[in-house]
Design a protein around this ligand. Structure first.
Ligand SMILES: [Fe+2]
Ligand SMILES: [Fe+2]
Length: 268
C-alpha cells in the first residue's frame, strides 16, 4: 500500500477586492509579494503532479496551504495545476491549511469549500469533517484544524467534537492501520518557541498516536520536512513544502511485516 503525501505549495497573488485591506488578507498578500513568491517555485507542484501520476500510489494526500490568503484566484491557479491528478483514478485526500481558510469572507470560504470538494473528488465536503475513510485496507481519519484567526496568529485548533470523534473511533477494535490527516503537527516539542504556530486541543489525539492506537499522523504547516517515528515507521510525518523544498513523502505499508517505510522524494 503506497501513499504519496505533499503539502504547503502556497500559490499567491494580489488582493482580489478592496476589503482585503481591512482583514487579514493584506498581511498574506504583503508576505507573498515581498517574500513568499521568491521562495516558492510553483513549477515544483507541477513536477509533483507528474511524479504522482507516474508512480500511481493507492492514495495521494495533501495536507493544505495550497494558497497564501485563500482567495478564489489563488485556488483557481492551483486547481489548474492539480487538475490532471484530480481527473486521474488515484484517490485523493485533502485538508485545508490555515492559509486556505484564512478569513471568513464569504467568497473565500466558498472557494475553499469548492477546492475541498475538488481535491477530495466529490467524496465528501468540508462540512462533513471529521470523517473516516477506508482506502486500500487503511483507515484514514480526516480532521480540520484550520480556522481564520487574528493578524499575528498562525495557530490551529482541533475542536472538541473532532477530538471526540477520533477518540470514539480509536475506542473500537483496531482491524487495520489508522492514519490521521491534518494540517498541523500533533507532536509539539517546542511549544514556547512555536506559540504562534502550534495546534491547540490536540492532547488526547496525540496520546492516541503515542499509544499506537493511531499508526501515523500526516501533516504539513512546517515547511521543512521531518519525521518523528519509531523502528516500525509509526509516528508523525511532516511533508514540508513541496514548492519551497521540492519535497514529498512516499510511504509504503507492508501488511505482512506490519511496518511503514518512508522514502523522501526530492523533486529536481
Ligand atoms: Fe504553510
Ligand atoms: Fe500552515
Amino acid at each position: 500500500m503506497k501513499i504519496i503525501h505533499f503539502s504547503d505549495s502556497h500559490a499567491g497573488g494580489p488582493a482580489e477586492d478592496w476589503l482585503a485591506y481591512l482583514d487579514k488578507r493584506w498581511v498574506g498578500v504583503f508576505n507573498y509579494r515581498f517574500r513568499r513568491r521568491f521562495r516558492h517555485d510553483q513549477g515544483k507542484l507541477q513536477k509533483a503532479v507528474e511524479y504522482i501520476l507516474d508512480t500511481r500510489p493507492d492514495v495521494a494526500v495533501c495536507t493544505g496551504d495550497l494558497t497564501s490568503t485563500g482567495q478564489p484566484g489563488e485556488f483557481a491557479l492551483v486547481r489548474e495545476v492539480l487538475k490532471p491528478l484530480q481527473e486521474s483514478k488515484i484517490p485523493m485526500l485533502f485538508v485545508p491549511g490555515n492559509h486556505d481558510y484564512y478569513v471568513y469572507r464569504e467568497k473565500c470560504v466558498r472557494a475553499m469549500k469548492e477546492m475541498f470538494l475538488f481535491m477530495n473528488k466529490g467524496g465528501f465536503g468540508f462540512d462533513d469533517l471529521p470523517i473516516a475513510k477506508e482506502i486500500a485496507g487503511v483507515q484514514f481519519i480526516i480532521v480540520n484544524e484550520s480556522w481564520p484567526s487574528n493578524l499575528i496568529s498562525s495557530c490551529g485548533y482541533l475542536k472538541k467534537d473532532s477530538s471526540e470523534f477520533v477518540e470514539r473511533l480509536c475506542s473500537k477494535e483496531k482491524t487495520s492501520p489508522r492514519i490521521i490527516v491534518g494540517h498541523y503537527p500533533l507532536i509539539e516539542d517546542r511549544p514556547l518557541l512555536r506559540v504562534r504556530h502550534r495546534l491547540w486541543g490536540q492532547k488526547k489525539v496525540l496520546k492516541l498516536l503515542l499509544d499506537k492506537q493511531i499508526d501515523l499522523s500526516l501533516c504539513g504547516h512546517v515547511h521543512l520536512p521531518y519525521e518523528k517515528i519509531d523502528e516500525t515507521g509509526r509516528g508523525e510525518y511532516c511533508a514540508g513544502s513541496v514548492t519551497r523544498n521540492g519535497c514529498m513523502s512516499e510511504i509504503d505499508y507492508d501488511k505482512d511485516k506490519n511496518i511503514f517505510t518512508l522514502k523522501k522524494i526530492c523533486l529536481a
